[in-house]
Design a protein around this ligand. Structure first.
Ligand code: GLC
Length: 514
């Protein structure tokens, strides 16, 4: 781990299509992000991650890259992106780009060359079997589309052929080893893309499907990890301040492979889902921890989280997220009070937190037809709601020209309305993040110890000299215990500590200094 600036980083994730449209063509753009940097900074986020903003046919919202070195014209130019890096740096902020490492678009020039019958420089840039009518050793594949005889391996959707980083163990004649010349060339091409943007001022990458590189890798991802360690060595020599965030969801592996951070993703049934989305198919029976009436048991989360934390805390950071462009927004099943408590928890935990644009005002999940390969995810990708004006301040284009419709409800939350209300979700997030920024003990590195996790009692945890108390339920709870709670630095609802008795009113939270 090398990037020191992560010690107090709080990220804001931007889906560029939907953040702010500065040229009124109905879609967000890089200049729009530049114009809103002050908003992000005042919110308390000092770093941003932008979803892929490169040239693409957009069959998967840009995760199908056609040219890694060119900003998609709909978002602006490479010069605009460089200006974003420079403006962010002037404001002491950092910018991560999204690196789609495992696959390209089927329209990428490498793939067009690779699919030709005659051998050429790019024949082995992707993974091809040698017979169009055979299967592909258990991997997902497409056949019958190209003049080349063989099937090609997919990494995700049909439009995303897998780049060839080789196989851990070669068992078929058409497979190449991960340390063979073909796979090494792919790896060097990846480094070349990284250098291109790092030299222009980007501060690192969030890596898409980071565990997906080497095929038929083992459980420990030995092959893929070795590649990332090699990439890390390059960064250490050439860009020592660059930060790498993995979409891997296994910090024990990813951080040892050279990543600085790894996301705790929402997977049905895992620890994170017990916090926010514990309802599978029965939305009316939501048992997640932050639901007021769910009987709140944090241990279902901690059983998994603490293992991950202990295993990774000296190597790098776990990134807790409010949500992301692939998940349903938390407002879908939580009201503003529940969200305040959820965010209070996330922003007082160790590691590097990520806030998805719009979650700070509780933007709703919209049920919408699919757009650019979004399917159910489309509903979490609608335009940012800035004010009560035209298109809620996102764009001056006609409403039918917008990338996606804005929230049509009369009480759609907006930044401007919440700025006026001291008790709004937005202002609560601001206060929380300003507290985190002022207190080193709330930041990425400070330790974590749980003091009471018993259901029906206050949740109490310690971060350095600070004690954090939380009651997600609708009834008052209390705990008799000697605790050094000297000064309340921040609170939601009623909390008190008298004569060794900690009492937390319904849905309350506080941070105390010892
Ligand atoms: C990641 C991205 C997702 C994308 C997929 C394929 O999971 O977050 O949006 O569709 O990878 O690139």
């Amino acid at each position: 781990m090398s990037a020191k600036w992560l010690k107090n980083a709080v990220f804001y994730e931007i889906y560029p299509q939907s953040f702010y449209d500065s040229d009124n063509d109905g879609i967000g753009d890089i200049n729009g992000i530049i114009q809103k940097l002050d908003y992000i900074k005042e919110l308390g986020c000092n770093a941003i991650w932008i979803n892929p903003c490169f040239d693409s046919p957009f069959k998967d919202a840009g995760y199908d890259v056609r040219d890694y070195k060119k900003v998609a014209p709909r978002y602006g130019t490479n010069e605009d992106l460089v200006r974003l890096f420079e403006t962010a740096h002037e404001k002491n902020m950092h910018v991560l780009l999204d690196l789609v490492a495992g696959h390209t678009s089927e329209e990428h020039p490498w793939f067009l060359q690779s699919s030709k019958a005659e051998r050429n420089e790019y024949s082995d840039r992707y993974i091809w079997s040698d017979f169009c009518f055979g299967s592909a050793d258990g991997l997902p594949y497409i056949g019958g589309e190209c003049e080349r005889d063989g099937t090609y391996i997919l990494n995700f959707f049909k439009c995303q052929p897998a780049l060839n980083y080789g196989f851990l163990n070669v068992t078929k004649p058409w497979q190449t080893p991960m340390n063979g010349p073909a796979a090494i060339k792919t790896r060097e091409a990846l480094k070349d893309i990284m250098r291109f943007w790092l030299e222009k001022g980007c501060d690192g990458f969030r890596v898409d499907m980071a565990a997906s590189l080497v095929k038929h890798d083992d459980d420990k991802k030995t092959g893929t990890s070795a590649i990332w360690r090699d990439v890390r060595r390059m960064l250490e020599c050439e860009f020592p301040d660059a930060a790498m965030a993995a979409e891997w969801n296994d910090p024990g592996l990813s951080l040892r492979a050279g990543y600085d951070m790894d996301f705790y993703l929402n997977v049905t049934g895992n620890g994170y889902s017990t916090l926010v989305r514990d309802y599978e198919n029965h939305e009316n029976e939501d048992h997640s921890y932050f639901k007021k009436d769910a009987g709140g048991n944090i241990n279902r989360f901690l059983d998994e989280y603490m293992d991950r934390y202990e295993d990774s805390k000296d190597t790098g950071y776990i990134s807790l997220i409010t949500c992301n462009h692939d998940t349903i927004r938390p407002r879908y099943n939580m009201d503003h009070r529940e969200l305040k408590l959820f965010y209070s928890f996330i922003f007082t935990m160790p590691g590097v937190p990520f806030l998805y644009y719009g979650d700070e005002i509780g933007m709703r999940y919209q049920k919408l037809p699919t757009k650019e390969g979004g399917y159910f995810r489309t509903g979490s990708r609608t335009p940012m709601q800035w004010n009560e004006g035209k298109n809620l301040g996102f764009s001056d284009a006609d409403a039918d020209k917008l990338y996606l419709p804005v929230d049509p409800s009369k009480d759609a939350p907006t930044v401007s309305s919440q700025e006026k209300d001291p008790d709004s979700l937005l202002n609560t997030v601001k206060k929380l993040l300003s507290l985190r920024s002022a207190q080193e003990d709330l930041q990425s590195d400070a330790g974590l110890k749980f003091i009471c996790t018993e259901p029906g009692r206050p949740l109490v945890y310690q971060r350095g000299s600070l004690f954090i108390v939380l009651n997600t339920g609708g009834k008052e709870v209390s705990l008799q215990k000697d605790l050094p709670l000297a000064e309340k630095l921040f609170g939601i609802g009623n909390t008190s500590y008298e004569k060794g008795r900690l009492t937390l009113g319904a849905q309350s939270f506080a941070v105390y200094k010892s």
